[in-house]
Design a protein around this ligand. Structure first.
Ligand code: KIV
Length: 269
């Protein structure tokens, strides 16, 4: 018998039960190595389709294919033991019909081993969310600023600046909760609207550029690590990975060029 105790992964009901309780910590991750670090601190990890922009240099998330999400999802599942892994459904893989959404979401779950999927949209996705959850696929919803609709929204714009639009956002939150979503990401909405949404729904709200009063928070890992040249205004940058990677690379390049690069015997520890 192994002396190592098996760490149990967080489950969907464990996250759902945190409504109004201890704040939920979450981050995105796309690889096994960063996921292994994040796993020590996060309740759930999102393999977000933001990977198209962050990792693959795309202008938006619209071009992200399903197979890419599956490849990164697998890596994150392999690198982690504790956090619930949620994989984003990319644009075009779920909107057409509940049946198409089920086929693709089932593929993601089977091929990655993740515990849940996330999809964007409020009221308009309620039927699909119900169809998936009734068939064993846990769904995290995503409302407010939904990046896959950036072409319709005219860019990545904060939602709810006009108070007249609030009822539609609150209806979105209520509709996804009623349809069976276990949590909802609330992205890029003005703070008082995010607070109203959190008060209105019985599932945890996960804020990003929304409000500190959401039931949990999520950030894109590379943004908070200071790895991207540009980060959204609302992101607190906790690390300085960009400059420290650049320093390491330039030190190495200098040593190679001036032949001070150490031989193996100087490096062996
Ligand atoms: O794709 C992503 O990383 C996301 C988060 C920003 C919530 O959806």
């Amino acid at each position: 018998m192994s002396s190592q105790t098996k760490i149990r992964r967080n489950t969907v009901p464990m996250i759902a039960a945190r409504k109004g309780g201890e704040p939920i910590v979450s981050l995105t991750s796309y690889h096994a190595h960063t996921a292994a670090i994040v796993d020590k601190y996060a309740d759930f990890i999102l393999v977000g389709d933001s990977l198209g922009m962050v990792m693959h240099g795309m202008d938006s998330t619209v071009g992200v294919p399903l197979d890419l999400m599956i490849m990164h999802g697998r890596a994150v599942v392999r690198g982690t033991q504790k956090a619930l892994i949620v994989v984003d459904m990319p644009f075009g893989s779920y909107e057409e019909s509940p049946g198409v959404a089920f086929r693709n979401a089932a593929k993601v779950m089977k091929e990655t081993g993740c515990g849940a999927i996330k999809l964007e949209g409020g009221k308009r996705m309620a039927e699909t969310i119900r169809f998936l959850t009734e068939r064993g696929i846990p769904v995290m919803a995503h409302i407010g600023l939904t990046p896959q609709s950036s072409h319709v929204m005219g860019g990545f714009k904060t939602q709810g600046r006009d108070e007249d639009t609030w009822p539609a956002h609150i209806e979105d939150a209520l509709a996804v909760a009623k349809a069976g979503a276990f949590a909802v990401v609330v992205e890029g909405v003005v703070e008082p609207l995010a607070d109203e949404i959190t008060a209105a729904v019985e599932i945890p709200t996960i804020g990003i550029g929304a409000s500190k009063n959401c039931d949990g928070q999520i950030l894109v890992l590379e943004d908070m690590l200071g790895l991207n040249e540009w980060t959204p205004k609302f992101v607190k940058v906790y690390g300085d990975l960009g400059p420290s990677i650049e320093k390491a690379v330039s030190d190495y390049a200098e040593e190679v060029r001036d032949r001070s690069f150490p031989g193996p015997e100087q490096v062996y520890k």
